[in-house]
Structures are given as structure tokens and as C-alpha cells.
Design a protein around this ligand. Sequence first.
Ligand code: HEM
Length: 416
Amino acid sequence: MPCPALPDGFDFTDPDLLQDRVPYPEFAQLRQSEPVRWIPQERGITGYDDEGYWAVTRHADVKFVSTHPELYSSNTNTAVIRFNSSIQRDQIEVQKLIMLNMDPPEHTRVRQIVQRGFTPRAIRSLEDVLRRRARDIVATALQQAGPDGSFDFVENVAVELPLQAIAELIGVEQKDRSKVFDWSNKMVAYDDPEYAITEEIGAEAAMEIVGYAMNLAAERKQCPAKDIVSQLVAAEDEGNLSSDEFGFFVILLAVAGNETTRNAITHGMHAFLTHPDQWERYKRERPGTTAEEIVRWATPVVSFQRTATQDTELGGQKIKAGDRVGIFYSSANHDPEVFDDPDSFDITRDPNPHLGFGGGGPHFCLGKSLAILEIDLIFNAIADAMPGLRLVGDPRRLRAAWLNGVKELQVSTAAE
Ligand code: HEM
């Protein structure tokens, strides 16, 4: 039965819609009445040569698609549900060198190599340095606040730790950091006219990162360090990882670990400041469940997509081979079948089987432990140094097709 309340032409990947809001009411309608629904898209606006995609909105179905790569491919059309309209098919094809867009067995091989850099031990070894950095970021934001105590939380706080963590992980030297930060920012903000990032500028930035990564690799081959580059270069020596794959992996890290964590931190702060009871509780008790609830609440990645490899069925709906399927993590994370009171922000929520890091399966977020660590460290630092922070403006949202992004959040440390 078609969902009567969804207006004609409604598209969950419309950047104008996501600039305005995450469509939670529409997700709720679909979960109830038509959990796998065909969403038409005009040809030529998505980068794909087809008529639309299936919106998958229930937690169970998002999980099913994610854990069945033999039925739902990440490679056929990549995992990105909508590119900039000016993108050419060959530019999409290049993206298949990124692990996110590979299927087993290629994906399994690359993932086995790169996950050596993400062992619990590797992440723990970053903890002390990242704790110091989190405190420094908050202290600097305090110093730089205007005379009225106000500052932009995104620029002065949320942006910094994710970038620094990736730079630390990859071993980017201090002198090169602003360059790498600039390139990574240019690669994701292509849908927002404020940044004026054309597909060309994005592609150029990506090539610059690849070039930088290759040089870094050559240096580390000569002089190995205790960082992920040295590990991956060693893998290359063993004939496991090609140079291209190495360069594209660094790109994936810069994209996947940067904007996502930044938005989790920003939405988390906004959630705290609009739920003062939770902020008071956090300051008192620092529950270990907090970061996971922030990621559920924020769901920085609204959706990814897969493409059906054969005729199949999902949630009672027939899917044809070659159809694109949008998996909406934002909807799954508010599914009342799974979460009690899903629209409330509860930092003690436990269990919390959210899909903010993906629905399980081979592509489950490689950086999850690092992201959780960063979120924990930054909110501990904020609670210690800025306990009285308050909102002074509404979030200014990013125009994007699949990210729940905020580009500005004005806050103040001064009492009202
Ligand atoms: C709150 C922050 C983050 C969120 C919400 C997030 C979310 C996601 C999601 C939804 C996926 C796709 C999962 C799937 O398709 O099943 C993913 C994949 C990935 N993430 Fe994250 N991520 C975050 C932080 C990070 C960080 C900090 C890093 C690394 C520095 C990272 C590295 C990756 C990589 C490499 C993949 C691809 C994995 C693969 O294809 O096998 N992520 N992430």
C-alpha cells in the first residue's frame, strides 16, 4: 500500500531538505505503513543513470541489507546515495578504489590489512595524547571567546579533535596538518554552495591527498615509525596492498573520520544544551554510555546505499537486480520496535543497539572505537572547563545529501 502522507516528489536525499531538517516524521510514517518504499529521483540529479531508489527505514531491514553483501553490493554503484549532479560516471568509478565501495573478497583482503592500524591497543595508545589535545582545544576556545564569552562551537571545538586524531593516527607531521585538513574539508562539502566546492575542486583535493600519502609512504619505508602508514607500507612490501589502495585508504580516513565525528560532537553539545537535565547528569556522573547515545541521537551519516545483485525481497517488497537500496540509519535509530522512547535523548540508554556506525556486516565502521574515545574525551574536557556553557543561537545546518551536518553553533560561557 503506498504511503498516503508522503508528498509527491519527496526525496530523503534532497540536500535542501537535509539542510532544513532530518525528516523524522516521514521516516516514522514509512516505518509504519511502507517500510521499503520506492522514491523516484530525476535522472541526472544523483550521478546515477536510473529512476530512483528503495528507501529502507526499519532497523531490522537496514541490518539485513548491511549484513548480506552477496545480495546487496557496495561496489556496483558505490555506497554514496547521491553525488553532486555534475559528477561523471568515470569519477564515480574511481571511487571504487575506496574500501567503503568494495565487495568481498576484495574488501575482505584490504580490510584485513588496514584494521591492523585500528586494534584496541593502537587506539589505546592514542588516548593520553588525545586527552591532552582535547583539554588544549577547550582551553584555547575559552581564550579565544569574544568579550561576551561567545564563540562558534563547530569551528573552535568540534572540528579540531577529529582532525588531530586522524593526523596522529596517520602520523601527519604538525607542519603539514593545515594542508591535510584543508584537503579533507574540501572533499565532503560539495553540496553546500557556501563552500563553493565544485566536483573539480573536490577531485583536486583528493588527488593532493593521494600524492601526499604516497610521499609519506615513501618516507616511512625508509624510516618506519609507530604509525598506521608504516604498517600499511609494510603490508605493501608483503605484496598485499597496492600503492593506489594505500592512497585511497588515507582519503577514506580523512573523509570518514573527520566530518562524521565533528557532527557527532556538535549535535551532542546541542543535545546537552537543549536537555539541561542530561547535561547536569553528565557533569555529575559521566556515564560510560554517553558517547553511544550521542551517536544514536546525532546519526551523522543519514544513509548509505547498496545495489541489489539479484532479484530479491525485502520487508515484503520485491526488489529487482540492479535496483538501488537506501539504508537510512537515521530512521533505524528511531525505530520504536528497538528503542524505548526513541525520540528522547538519554545518556544512560542501555542497551543501545543503534546503527550510527553501520548495520553490522563487513563495512561496519572501522573507526568506531576511535570515534567513541574522541567523543568521551572532548565532553569530559568541556564538562570540566566549561560547565556553564549555553546556547546563543540555532545550529546552522550543512546542505548535504546524506550527512546530518551542522556548520555553525554559537555558544557562550557567560551567564545570561
Ligand atoms: C561518530 C563518528 C563516526 C560515524 C557516525 C561513522 C559512521 C560510519 C558508517 C555509517 C560507516 C559505514 C558502515 C557500513 O556501511 O556498514 C562507516 C565506515 C567507515 N568508517 Fe566510520 N564513522 C565515524 C567515525 C570514523 C572514524 C573516526 C574513522 C577513522 C579514523 C572512521 C573510518 C571508517 C572507515 C575506514 C569506514 C569504511 C569501512 C569499510 O568499508 O570496511 N569512521 N563509518
